[in-house]
Design a protein around this ligand. Structure first.
Ligand code: GDP
Length: 658
């Protein structure tokens, strides 16, 4: 059997297999290509046995680590090795840094669903989670973390000025390991506990919802964070009052369960544990309790203080009990907020709506947010033009712990940013002025194609359109992309959006020569066909470092190449037949060179490029043609800003890397 085939079976790389075999007692040579068929079952068995051993060792070391934290065991802390992690690290370098066998590290990565080879790169978030799981202390001066800390300090500063005197509903965050049933639990709570929802009524997903239990409101954060981003997950912890930790009864404590526990402990969040999937045959609630006890979380019925509620989210079993527990915990916390005065809150979701523009969901944390309020969110200014609750009902105000969808933002705010209502007009104007200056330098989420020669003179530019399942992911991707540094190249994110790739995205990508990066978004057949037709590349990813690696590859391939606009010909516009929102149909005469069907069009007025668009169809004598020569007349369909007028001389060009 080929070594590579065996490696595939064992879900490792060939080099790793070769490296590890001697330690398992099989020395077949570091460069072996084939392995004796008789040895295959023995190697497989030894490999699996070793994997199990490592997992056990890992669990033990994790439990010891958490225990150490619990008991404040300074001695143990001192022993824990600190490692310095940068933005990205190559797997084998990371193993060396930690002084661990590569197989150990790769095994740990695999347990977290990450299959990589020795030379692949890990982004900081992934690397740090794994390193922490392996019992290391991570050090890094991370800009992202600094930003999070400054946002937190800002929020704390704003809230500390308020007198928390009014009752407020608890804000609940659901945490736990992937696949343990967080989404299912959130769904079942939403479906069964909403009172004023019309039968079959459409609810909107705005990142949070409210339910009623015992005539009391409870707010649930419903932000599906990507598992690789610790920062995103811990965000919930900063604005929530109570956590529900979901642990699957058939799977027990897993790395992300432990990580959630450390977030909960760091944030000092009161919590209840929902032991889920008790309907399953192999469910073992006692085993989960045993594991919890081992890390000093002693369940109530074992004489401790930790509330554990066995549930089945799938079969709606004991869900009311979980809500009761949440209310109980909330009551013990005596949650209060200040209802009066100007509002302060946190943005928990944001996206650009095609017709409404930037839309965000805010969770109000103090004061009352009202229609017409002027506000700042980071650098983004706005005036509340519309307020909606999570069911889509128009509301006029939102009090603490109320999630509300807001319209009236000048730009797209960052998730996690603090919204502050500013009642003083002068102060608002001053802040607005300052922010306008900043935003002009562009965080543009909807930049139109501008690819003029000047911009791309010496540097090869890779235009990207990012589509992701949640905006937080798109942000994290954009931030990570910003850290890629390949000389003579640059990345330009033309647009980032949520959800499925649309026809518009494809046309946009075609017009701007962009690649569409899709993260956690499912492939759609008709869109793929359209993309093929338009020669637009869509890349699908589920793991961020794969995405970064691919983008780096592309950058390296275009490196040193300039984006050249090769002039094909010019046409004088003689008639406009139709003007639409983002397209036009017009006719004219070729006055220089020739024009071809796939060319791009530059609209020039007073020596300035005012728009760049894409030809989508070319006709001559009412027939579709692929090119029109000098002196002939042509009918053209154009996609782009509809600014073309009779008399304009348009330039037709091709974009090439040279
Ligand atoms: P998440 O990754 O934590 O959000 O997990 P999900 O809510 O997506 O659930 C993962 C899988 O477990 C899905 O297939 C669910 O249908 C299933 N699941 C969730 N809760 C239960 C439960 O109580 N019992 C059973 N049998 N399956 C469940």
């Amino acid at each position: 059997m080929n070594v590579s085939a065996l490696a595939r079976q064992l879900k490792v790389t060939t080099s790793e297999l070769l490296e590890k075999l001697p330690s398992l007692g099989f020395d077949i040579g570091a460069r072996a290509i084939k392995v004796d068929d008789n040895l295959v079952p023995k190697i497989t068995a030894a490999w699996k046995k070793q994997g199990k051993k490592e997992r056990l060792q890992h669990d033990l070391s994790k439990i010891t680590e958490i225990r150490g934290k619990e008991e404040g065991a300074d001695d143990e802390k001192k022993e824990k090795k600190e490692i310095l992690l940068g933005d990205v690290i190559i797997v084998k370098d990371m193993a060396e840094l930690m002084g661990l066998p590569i197989a150990r590290l790769m095994g740990e990565l695999m347990k977290n669903g990450i299959t990589v080879s020795l030379n692949e790169r890990l982004d900081y978030d992934t690397a740090s989670i794994i390193a922490e799981d392996l019992g290391f202390k991570i050090k890094k001066s991370n800009i992202h973390e600094k930003e999070e800390t400054s946002k937190r300090e800002k929020l704390e500063g704003l809230l500390s000025k308020r007198k928390a005197k009014d009752d407020k509903p608890p804000v609940v965050v659901v945490m736990g390991h992937v696949d343990h049933g967080k989404t299912k639990l959130l769904d079942v709570i939403r479906e069964t506990n909403v009172v004023d929802q019309e039968a079959g009524g459409i609810t909107q997903h705005i990142g949070a919802y409210q339910v009623t239990a015992h005539d009391r409101l409870i707010t649930f954060l419903d932000t599906p964070g990507h598992e690789a981003f610790k920062a995103m997950r811990s965000r919930g912890g900063q604005i929530a009052d109570v956590a529900i930790l979901v642990v699957a009864a058939d799977d027990g404590l897993q790395p992300q369960t432990l990580e959630s526990i450390s977030v909960i402990q760091k944030e000092k969040l009161p919590f209840v544990i929902a032991i889920n999937k008790i309907d399953k045959e192999n469910a073992d609630v006692e085993r989960v309790k045993q594991q919890l006890s081992e890390i000093n979380l002693i369940p109530e019925d074992w004489g401790g203080k930790v509330i554990c509620q066995p549930i089945s989210a799938k079969f709606n079993k004991n869900i009311t009990e979980v809500l009761d527990m949440v209310l109980l915990v909330a009551d013990m916390e005596n949650l209060k907020a200040d209802d009066s005065g100007s509002a302060v809150g946190t943005i928990i979701e944001s996206h650009v709506d095609k017709s409404a523009g930037p839309v965000a969901t805010i969770l109000v944390q103090a004061g009352t947010l009202k229609l017409g309020d002027m506000f700042m969110v980071g650098d983004v200014a706005g005036k509340i033009k519309s307020l909606e609750d999570w069911l889509g009902n128009k509301i006029t105000k939102a009090t603490p712990a109320t999630p509300a969808k807001i319209l009236g933002l000048a730009n797209l705010p960052v998730v996690g940013e603090i919204l502050e209502v500013i009642l003083d007009k002068k102060e608002f104007k001053a802040k607005l002025k300052a922010s306008n200056k900043k935003t002009k330098t562009g965080n543009g989420h909807s930049v139109t194609s501008d690819g003029n020669n000047e911009e791309t003179k010496d540097i090869a530019t890779l235009n990207l359109i990012i589509k992701s399942d949640v905006l937080g992911s798109a942000e994290a991707i954009e931030e990570s992309l910003g850290k890629i540094d390949i000389p003579e190249t640059k990345i330009k994110v033309l647009k980032k959006g949520l959800g499925q790739i649309t026809e518009d995205d494809i046309l946009n990508a075609e017009a701007t020569n962009a690649i569409i990066i899709s993260f956690h978004v499912k492939e759609n057949k008709s869109i793929s066909t359209l993309a093929d037709e338009k020669k637009v590349t869509i890349l699908y990813f589920d793991i961020i470092y794969k995405l970064l690696e691919e983008v780096e590859k592309i950058l390296n391939s275009i490196k040193g190449k300039k984006t050249i606009h090769k002039l094909l010909g010019k046409l004088e516009v003689l008639a406009i037949f139709k003007t639409m929102k983002k397209s036009m149909i017009f006719g004219g005469k070729v006055v220089e060179g020739k024009i071809t069907k796939s060319s791009k069009i530059k609209v020039i007025k007073n020596d300035e490029v005012v728009a760049v668009g894409q030809m989508t169809n070319l006709q001559s004598a009412k027939e579709d043609v692929s090119e029109v020569a000098l002196g002939q007349e042509a009918g053209i369909e154009y996609q782009g800003d509809p600014v073309i007028e009779v008399g304009d001389v348009l330039e037709f060009f091709e974009e090439i890397y040279e």
